[in-house]
Design a protein around this ligand. Structure first.
Ligand code: FAD
Length: 459
């Protein structure tokens, strides 16, 4: 139980704001992008830097108070109940080294901030489908970039990290300093402590072509069948996914897509735009597109490719890796989520992997899915009247796709697994064991027990 005196003590230890429920600013501090998992802690610290994180961790250890961390709330899949929430949105340091092509970010920096600083110099970081997402949380979860077939996982680009462990110690990790912990950070998500800064490689981008083609939902079978033979044969410069979208009838959805069931092919080509257009050409012959936005594109507009929501929404997202997306898998997917089915998810997507996604990591890490052919993702809005039917419908889809799924899931898109066995599916078995060992050694009080925590100490 946290008393008023305990909170006063915490307030005296940190520079940032300390807020308790029902006080001014509390709701705003805990509310992030995913409204399905708005945290309900006993107390929140708005950390201004490493010193605040160290002090807050020390306080939590002394009071045996569980700790959660939040940057943007994109990964707030399950509301944390009670405990101390450390928010990092004030930690906005961003240094770009153009000579060595690296960036170092504070824990609160979003991909959009990185892009604005690097793109004018022809460099990018490996962001995903939405640059609104936080760099640190995304990268610690592996980071599946929109250009992942070309450049690989974002976690593979980590050069160094500053980590505050639950005992309040500050670790400066890189390949030469505590390589075991350094490796486990890559895919280990928030299990080891709070990362206060992260340094990573940037990559040069010389030309870009991207956008989407929307087809009528009724043509889903022919579009997905064409995708299943076209996508795996693409060169590594090509990055693509296909999604069945059931779009809400809301002003935020542009005409002619509003309220429609459509198939959305997404395409991102790193390199000469003419070659990108040639690679995409066969898919332009499939069905009659409702809308075609693919064109030479400024990478600064990259969010327009997947068109993820930009305003906070109550989201449920989950999925898993696929060993293949051949004609049988297409049939199985459509039997549950295709035309004529009353499927309650706003998006069912298949991301083509392979190419640089399958390259081995440079250090023993905790990234899952390197051998996968595709990633299957499901995104639903937890709003009436569909919210109640979402879990069972999604489970039915995952069961239908089980013959094509080797069993692994991606921790960055994994909803809220309940049991330890379910949570363990987010890592290769050997990496999971190493993560559990490291977590147990670093966090004997199990202070870090929210979200995708390993071991048995979930609340
Ligand atoms: C619209 C949308 C699009 C997305 N697109 C992609 C995509 O293309 N590719 C992809 O890989 N993922 C994607 N994601 C998933 C996203 O990467 C994860 O949800 C990630 O956890 C978000 O990190 P965050 O810091 O922004 O979110 P938060 O909710 O603030 O944090 C989520 C979790 O990250 C960990 N974390 C955050 N900060 C720290 C820290 N400083 N130290 C230690 N752990 C920390 C914690 O476990 C925390 O619970 C997307 C999510 C959404 C909602």
């Amino acid at each position: 139980m946290i008393s008023a005196a305990d909170v006063d003590e915490l307030t005296g230890r940190v520079r940032g704001p300390v807020l308790v429920p029902d006080t001014e600013g509390f709701a705003q501090e805990v509310t992030g992008f995913n409204l399905a998992g708005v945290a309900r802690p006993n107390v929140v610290v708005g950390a201004t830097g490493t010193e605040d994180v160290v002090a807050a961790m020390g306080w939590a250890g002394a009071h045996r108070c569980p700790v959660g961390v939040q940057a943007t709330g994109h990964g707030a899949d399950q509301a944390m109940e009670g405990g101390l929430l450390i928010t990092t949105s004030r930690m906005q340091d961003l240094d770009v080294d153009l000579v060595h092509r690296t960036a170092r970010v504070g824990a609160g920096v979003r991909w959009r901030n990185v892009l604005e600083a690097t793109l004018p110099h022809g460099l990018i970081g490996l962001n995903g489908s939405s640059t609104d997402v936080g760099v640190v949380g995304y990268t610690l979860g592996g980071g599946l970039p929109i250009l992942g077939r070309t450049f690989g996982w974002a976690a593979d680009r980590i050069l160094a990290a500053e980590l505050v462990t639950p005992d309040g110690a500050v670790h400066r990790l890189d390949a030469d300093h505590d390589p075991e912990l350094f490796g486990l950070l890559r895919g280990g998500t928030g299990n080891l402590g709070i990362v206060t800064s992260l340094a990573f490689e940037l990559v040069p981008l010389d030309g870009f072509y991207g956008g989407g083609i929307f087809y009528p939902g009724a043509d889903a079978h022919q579009v997905l069948t064409a995708f299943s033979s076209w996508a795996p044969a693409l060169p590594p410069q090509a990055n693509t996914s296909v999604a069945l979208l059931r779009l809400p009838d809301l002003p935020m959805v542009p005409d002619p897509l509003r309220g429609q069931f459509v198939v959305h092919l997404r395409f991102a080509w790193a390199g000469d735009p003419d070659q990108g257009a040639q690679a995409l050409a066969p898919m332009r012959e499939v069905s009659h597109p409702v809308l075609d936005t693919a064109a030479p594109m400024d990478y600064g507009e990259v969010d327009r490719i997947d068109m993820d929501p930009t305003e906070p929404v109550p989201l449920f997202h989950t999925g898993g890796f696929l060993a293949d997306f051949g004609t049988d898998a297409v049939q199985d997917l459509l039997a549950v989520a295709g035309p004529g089915q009353d499927f309650p998810a706003v998006a069912v997507e298949v991301v083509q992997m392979g190419a640089a996604f399958s390259h081995p990591g440079q250090v023993p890490d905790a990234v899952h899915g390197r051998g996968a052919d595709c990633f299957l993702g499901v995104v639903a809005l937890l709003v009436p009247p569909v919210a109640e039917s979402v879990p069972a419908a999604v489970e039915a889809l995952l069961q239908a796709m089980a013959p094509h799924a080797p069993g692994g899931v991606f921790v960055n898109h994994y909803g809220f697994p309940d049991t330890e066995a379910e949570r363990a599916r987010a890592w290769p078995a050997e990496a999971y064991e190493r993560l559990v060992q490291a977590k147990t050694a670093l966090d004997p009080q199990n202070l870090l027990r929210f979200q995708h925590v390993v071991g048995q100490g979930h609340p």
